[in-house]
Ligand binder design. Structure first.
Ligand code: ATP
Length: 199
């Protein structure tokens, strides 16, 4: 699966609508310090569902919205879309191209879209997990992540291997199934109590 295009508007330093096309193979982004290279990987990570603003080098979610410059007023919304080539069908959708969009307003409201259809963040997580891409995955490795991996405890490092091996999605599903089981058990207890009272 290839990331074909990134479109950003109002995200961090991208005050104007910006489009970046990627070809197969390696793409290197070069530019002076502070020109916005890392903002591109932040944008990718954000659309992939990153919820921890610290991982996007900010303090509050609003920090991803263009905050203005000497010549431009701040914007009220940030929007980024990632266009994936899905001809290999890695994403379980019957489309040869899949566009995932995330939008956030200064009010804090967020919107998510898959191929322009509104969806929940969970839908995006589930879709990406199928393809081995997720918030926690090694899809985007930031500068400080390497040090973090080297300094991590064996148990923490194991989690990284589990993610890379695709085990995490099953662990998440197990957690969800156990939670539903617990809810059902509680409902059952309540129903039994009510039945006992009626009898
Ligand atoms: P380096 O080579 O030093 O790592 P870089 O090219 O990766 O730099 P970034 O860290 O991506 O640069 O971009 C930093 C720039 O983005 C700064 O000029 C900063 O002011 C700008 N920036 C970050 N957030 C916002 C925002 N919300 N609104 C406007 N500009 C922003």
């Amino acid at each position: 699966m290839l990331l074909r295009k990134l479109e950003a508007y109002g995200f961090k330093s991208f005050a104007e609508k910006t489009e970046m096309e990627f070809k197969s193979g390696i793409t290197a982004i070069v530019g002076p310090n502070g020109s916005g290279k890392s903002n591109i990987s932040d944008a990718v990570r954000w659309v992939l569902g990153e919820q921890n603003i610290r991982n996007l080098r900010g303090n509050k979610m609003e920090d991803v919205i263009f905050s203005g410059s000497a010549k431009r007023r701040p914007l009220g919304v940030a929007e980024v879309s990632l266009v994936f080539d899905n001809t290999d069908g890695l994403l379980p959708l019957e489309f040869s191209e899949v566009t995932i969009t995330r939008r956030v307003f200064r009010s804090g409201d967020g919107e998510y879209y898959i191929n322009k259809a509104p969806c929940r963040l969970k839908d995006i997580h589930d879709l990406l997990l199928e393809a081995g891409l997720s918030r926690e995955s090694m899809t985007v490795i930031s500068q400080n992540k390497i040090d973090e991996v080297l300094n991590s405890k064996p148990e923490e490092r194991r989690l990284l291997f589990e993610e890379a091996a695709g085990i995490v999605k099953y662990k998440n599903r197990k957690k969800e199934a156990l939670r539903k089981l617990e809810d059902t058990e509680q409902n059952l207890t309540r129903v039994l109590d009510i039945t006992a009272e009626i009898e």
